[in-house]
Write a protein that binds this ligand. Structure first.
Ligand code: ADP
Length: 661
């Protein structure tokens, strides 16, 4: 073999290998279209091995043009090569493989010539562009997402230079794309927050994402915008971090809703506090002031005023008023609001007046002498006036608010003030009732003091004469009547003494004369005399201690024991057992009186220590309802305690304590 022919062989071998393993799919057909050759890449692309001289034109099951229209087997575009179709042109086609997958490809057919220059067959190279196509589509999809997003989507380099800017960013920040690309992102950051960017970039360099970071950025006009930021690192295909993408959402509306919710909650709290506080108050001036202050604050008024109709002791009407937001001096010289057409609806309770600009209201400025606001009146443009009406329709006053700017009061403000006005009316009415009751109470106390004093004098005289008669009269039946009379007079005396004690307590004039004595001895002594008088009763005594020295007003403590023992007897009509016992509790002595009588409900127990209170079921038992009141006053003033444990229908345990010497 000469050198030339071995060279030729080498080249032929190279060609064969080249065709076979070329990464581009290549195949050839004869004039009839039968596939006569295909390489590895073509086999892979088709996903099958066509049988040479049997399969025609290509190895796909079906062919489509690039828009997806099927090309019938008889119209294979390669056929054109057999005629005059020019070579070197690319066709974009879709092929369906035997396994059901599609391939998008660029097909470039060419002609195979014989030595004589006749077209003997066709060859074809195919480039698979399915993958490229998908990437393109993905890119198109993403860029349309970025374009259409309402969020600002911005990318920046690791040194904070803006590299892309979408329409959303323009909408939020006001800059156009060309104004921002290449400029630092700090353009959008308020000076006080520049440190945030260092933090963000350092997180990004570490490969971390910054999620939903709420902050503030600046619009082109300088306006600050609350935004929520999510920033993620951008990596190149080797995973190196090369920048950051940033999604910014304008949360102005969200923040506004949050703030108005917070404001709403705060308003509710203020209203709640106010209502709680005024319903517990009895002082009119205080209620008026609190209501005025709270409503002025809630409506955002420059000032608020509460005019309240009152009657003095002579029954003459006058007006009380409180102010908020202005010193009293600002109103002092202005005279009370009169029944003008602006004020009338409020003072007669017929309507709420709310005006964005009261000067433009047709009712305004019609009355002499001012024909509008009097000289020196604070400027009022926005105006809100709400009548304060009792449930029976009686108007007790009005709440007035002013603001120097127009349109400051809304329907919400009107509703809030109306609600508070209704509560204020109740509170004011309660306080009026309370004041009336207080005045009556004073009168009653005066009467009790006077009556008991007036009763005491003749009674003392009667007692004196009875004593003389008792000595003089010897006839037994007459003596019996005199004894009975003396007993009844003694009872009357005790009642009057109790009444006098009550007035002394009210006047702060109950005086104690304290001495040291043995409480055990005193109680025993008194039980003895009780046993003597009420011999039907079985009064037991029990004590862990023999003596209990206390320093107290002995006469008053006697009165206490008398009351408690007396009640135990009085309120136990069907059970004659009474137990008295002593206990020691923390250095104090506790004396307990237990009976098995009618008992008391929980509600009654909470009332029995007040003046003149008597439980409903005690009507037939004589008494004024003063004993326990006096007992409590006396023991309290000895720094001791009084109490009761009782079960209705079962009996009661009353006790008092005194500290031991
Ligand atoms: P009075 O006995 O004159 O009515 P008190 O002040 O001593 O006045 O008592 C007030 C009320 O408490 C009585 O009217 C009665 O209803 C109730 N009460 C007092 N002691 C007892 C008791 N031991 N058992 C049941 N109820 C009692």
């Amino acid at each position: 073999m000469d050198e030339d022919s071995s060279h030729i062989d080498l080249i032929a071998g190279f060609k064969e290998q080249l065709w076979k393993y070329l990464p581009v799919a290549v195949y050839a057909c004869n004039r009839e279209g039968f596939i006569i050759y295909y390489n590895e890449a073509a086999r892979k692309l088709w996903g099958r091995d066509p049988v040479p001289f049997q399969d025609k034109w290509c190895g796909f099951s079906r062919l489509y043009d690039k828009d997806g229209t099927e090309i019938s087997a008889g119209e294979n575009p390669l056929m054109g090569m057999l005629g005059n179709a020019p070579e070197g042109q690319q066709l974009e086609l879709l092929g369906l493989r035997a396994d059901g997958d599609y391939r998008r490809m660029l097909v470039m057919p060419g002609k195979i010539y014989s030595a004589e220059g006749i077209v003997e067959g066709i060859y074809c190279t195919i480039t698979d562009i399915s993958h490229r196509d998908e990437t393109e589509r993905k890119q198109a999809f993403f860029s349309s997402l970025v374009d259409s997003s309402d969020d600002a989507i911005i990318s920046k380099s690791l040194d904070g230079i803006i590299t892309s800017w979408n329409a959303g960013a323009e909408k939020i920040f006001g800059y156009r794309e060309e104004e921002t690309i290449g400029r630092p992102i700090t353009l959008l950051i308020p000076p006080s927050r520049l440190a945030e960017e260092d933090h963000i970039l350092s997180e990004i360099r570490k490969g971390n994402k910054v999620n939903h970071f709420q902050t503030v950025r600046v619009h082109k006009t300088g306006r600050e915008i609350p935004i929520s930021l999510t920033i993620s690192p951008i990596k190149d295909k080797n995973g190196r971090i090369i920048g950051a993408s940033k999604i910014a959402r304008d949360i102005t509306e969200q923040v506004r809703i949050q703030q108005s919710l917070a404001q709403y909650t705060q308003n509710l709290e203020t209203i709640n506090e106010l209502i709680k506080s005024i319903s517990a108050k009895m002082d009119v001036q205080e209620i008026l002031q609190q209501v005025t202050d709270a409503t002025t604050k809630l409506t955002g008024a420059s000032f608020g005023a509460f005019f309240y109709n009152r009657k003095n002791e002579q029954g003459e009407a006058y007006m009380l008023y409180t102010l908020s937001g202005v010193p009293r001096a600002a109103f002092e010289g202005l005279g009370m609001p009169r029944n003008t057409s602006v004020f009338a609806p409020t003072f007669n309770g017929s309507a709420i007046v709310r005006s964005d600009d009261i000067r433009k209201d047709e009712r305004f400025g019609k009355n002499a002498p001012y024909n509008g606001m009097p000289e020196g009146h604070l400027p009022v443009v926005s105006y809100l006036a709400v009548p304060v009406v009792l449930s029976g329709g009686i108007v007790i006053g009005g709440l007035f608010f002013g603001h120097r700017e127009p349109a400051k009061f809304t329907a919400d403000h009107e509703a809030i003030v109306t609600g508070i006005a209704a509560q204020a009316a109740i509170a004011l009415d309660n306080s009026r009732l309370f004041e009336e009751v207080k005045a009556l109470n004073v009168k009653k106390d005066e009467f009790i003091a006077l009556a008991s004093h007036e009763l005491k004098t003749p009674l003392t005289t009667i007692s004196g004469y009875l004593q003389i008669m008792d000595k003089k009269v010897t006839e037994p039946s007459a003596k019996k009547f005199i004894d009975k009379t003396i007993n009844q007079v003694a009872r009357l005396n005790r009642l009057i003494a109790d009444l006098l004690d009550v007035s002394k307590i009210e006047a702060g004039k109950l005086i104690f004369e304290k001495e040291k004595f043995d409480l055990v001895a005193l109680v025993k002594e008194m039980i003895e005399s009780f046993r003597y008088i009420n011999n039907a009763y079985n009064i037991s005594f029990n004590s862990a201690i023999d003596v209990a020295y206390v320093t107290a007003d002995k006469h008053r403590i006697e009165q206490v024991i008398n009351n408690l023992l007396g009640n135990a007897v009085k309120y136990s009509p069907d059970n004659f057992n009474i137990e008295v016992r002593f206990e020691l509790v923390n250095g104090a002595v506790k004396v307990i009186f237990k009976d098995y009588g009618i008992g008391l409900t929980q509600e009654q127990q909470s009332m029995i220590f007040s003046r003149f209170y008597r439980a409903e079921n005690t009507n037939r038992v004589p008494g004024l309802g003063l004993g326990l009141y006096l007992t409590k006053e006396i023991i309290n003033r000895h720094e001791g305690k009084v109490g009761v444990n009782s079960v209705f229908g079962k009996g009661s345990e009353f006790y008092f304590t005194l500290s031991l010497d």
